[in-house]
Design a protein around this ligand. Structure first.
Ligand code: E4P
Length: 214
């Protein structure tokens, strides 16, 4: 499974990317607004840092505005991916953009049917929202598992980005049911390699070693 960072914070991206574990980055208007910086400037900076897809979302809601914005965003960098919301107008935009070779990430997916529609429209990536489904007591893991089965059964090339990831358990669970990618907030990423028993184990080994040296 690939790991994307779900942040637009350049310092956070630089730090975690030094480990060689970041395969891409996703953003949304909320994430971008937290940085208080120009949208294009932030996205182009991230695109230079990361050797992988970087998602930047459109704001328009009708097909024409989405396509116009998408063409503009797609020209910012070779590795930029345009995020399009999962609506009828969004599907129409994805269909048009895929014919132009512009990569898309269809976002705010909550059902298998939505994911299937996005894949049929030609989405490069589809983003089901795990945490937001859990918030309304709906089985998010079943969605990822079923989506993966459907896309594989019918030979779609779209990759699943499990989004709205809130915990280490989410990451492990979506990996277990075949998600192609998990996009993970910067604050959660270090939990992937840390464990208190690892830390206490190191301390105990060192203590025993020091006692043996005396
Ligand atoms: C990324 O593609 C999504 O926009 C993001 O993961 C949403 O996360 P949230 O549900 O925690 O806002």
């Amino acid at each position: 499974m690939k790991f994307f960072l779900d942040t637009a914070n350049v310092e956070e991206i630089k730090r975690i990317n030094e480990l060689g574990l970041v395969d891409g980055v996703t953003t949304n208007p909320t994430i971008i607004s937290k940085e208080g910086r120009d949208f294009k400037e932030v996205i182009t900076e991230i695109c230079e840092l990361i050797d992988g897809p970087v998602s930047a979302e459109v704001i328009g809601l009708d097909t024409e505005s989405m396509v116009t914005e998408a063409r503009e965003i797609a020209a910012w960098a070779d590795n930029v991916v345009v995020k399009i919301p999962m609506t009828e107008e969004g599907l129409c935009a994805v269909h048009l953009l895929s014919k132009e070779g512009i990569k898309t990430n269809v976002t705010l997916i909550f059902t298998v049917a939505q994911g299937l529609m996005a894949a049929k429209a030609g989405a490069t990536y589809i983003s089901p929202f795990v945490g937001r489904l859990d918030d309304i007591a709906t089985d998010s893991l079943a969605l990822i598992r079923n989506l993966k089965n459907v896309l594989t059964t019918y030979g779609f090339q779209s990759e699943i980005i499990s989004a709205s990831i809130r915990s280490l358990k989410h990451v492990e669970e979506v990996a277990g049911v075949g998600s192609d990618i998990a996009t993970i907030p910067g604050a959660l990423f270090p939990k992937l390699w840390s464990h208190p028993l690892t830390d206490s184990g190191i301390q105990a080994f060192l203590k025993d070693w020091e006692a043996f040296q005396k």
